[in-house]
Design a binder for this molecule. Structure first.
Ligand code: SAM
Length: 287
């Protein structure tokens, strides 16, 4: 994954991203996508994620969620993934192609490089726009991004927002070194101006973008990490070093701590918030 400095909210610069995309990290994305599908079914349906829908997944990452969405909207639907990280774009394209080769009944789709606040997609061109775990990386640009998504969906269409409250993150069985890494990662986000509680602001962001909030759910995500999975804080380790918040010795110590972990005994919990926003229909449609 990229190792250049992150520049998400800045104007003009091509966005880059802090988290490396190792095989283990991609496996974690697939696990999260499977869980989301199982746990958020009612919310997805309320957001119009059903047969035949045209869907944009903005900040699609390596495409695990894009594949799940392509499956949900089926052969008459269409998905488009957007990400600012060229490596994520390549990974998402290949994940979608592999999934379609295995099952041609999933939706057709495409993946493009682009910014979350200016995707390049035509206005009102999709039924549902999805934004998951993106706003936490975009301090100061949150409203601009949600405004853009509200403009991407057709009148009467939906925006699905999901993000976390990092201040609630807690773990058992991880040990002091892994805890220390998690704390540094949280501080690194804060130093960059990212809002660790952005999940709590999702309803306000949706309303300010002119949408009606039709669903608002908060829950606690509980995850055990499979062997090899080290999570986002480890994936951001190069950024911590670059920011002067970690040394090579820290990385070696955290690496050893992960290696020694009995992953079966580690559990992380984190508060997650999802909001479904509906763009007002045109007057003749709403009657
Ligand atoms: C934590 S990953 C989430 C991936 C996916 N949404 C999911 O839930 O599995 C965040 C992704 O958003 C992308 N991203 C973050 N901010 C972005 C921005 N301003 N413009 C484009 N992509 C962005 C990153 O490159 C990364 O791939």
């Amino acid at each position: 994954m990229t190792t250049s400095p992150t520049t998400w909210p800045g104007e003009g610069a091509r966005p880059t991203y802090a988290l490396r995309l190792s095989d283990d990290e991609q496996a974690r994305y697939r696990m999260m996508a499977d869980r989301a599908r199982a746990e958020e079914g009612e919310l997805w349906a309320a957001a119009g994620l059903a047969d035949g829908a045209r869907v944009a997944d903005v900040g699609c990452g390596p495409g695990a969620m894009l594949v799940a969405l392509a499956d949900v909207v089926g052969p008459t639907g269409h998905v488009v993934g957007i990400d600012g990280d060229p490596e994520a774009v390549v990974a998402a394209r290949s994940a979608l192609a592999a999934a379609r080769a295995a099952d041609p009944r999933i939706a057709t789709g495409e993946v493009h490089e682009g910014r979350a606040d200016s995707t390049g997609l035509p206005p009102a061109s999709v039924d549902t726009a999805v934004l998951r775990h993106v706003l936490a990386h975009n301090g100061g640009a949150e409203q601009r991004i949600v405004d853009h998504l509200a403009a991407l969906v057709r009148p009467g269409g939906h925006v699905y927002l999901l993000d976390v409250d990092l201040t609630t993150a807690s773990s058992t069985g991880a040990g002091p070194d892994v805890e220390e890494l998690a704390n540094r990662y949280r501080r690194w986000h804060q130093n960059r101006g990212n809002d660790p509680r952005v999940g709590r602001r999702l309803p306000d962001l949706a309303r300010t973008a002119g949408m009606t909030v039709t669903r608002h759910r908060c829950w606690t995500l509980r995850m055990g990490f499979g062997r090899g999975m080290r999570g986002p804080a480890w994936a951001a380790r190069d950024e911590l070093v670059r920011a002067g918040m970690a040394t090579a010795a820290d990385l070696a110590r955290w690496d050893a701590a992960f290696t020694a972990l009995d992953t079966g005994r580690v559990a992380f919990t984190l508060a997650v918030v999802a909001v479904v926003g509906r763009r007002p229909a045109l007057p003749e449609e709403s009657s």
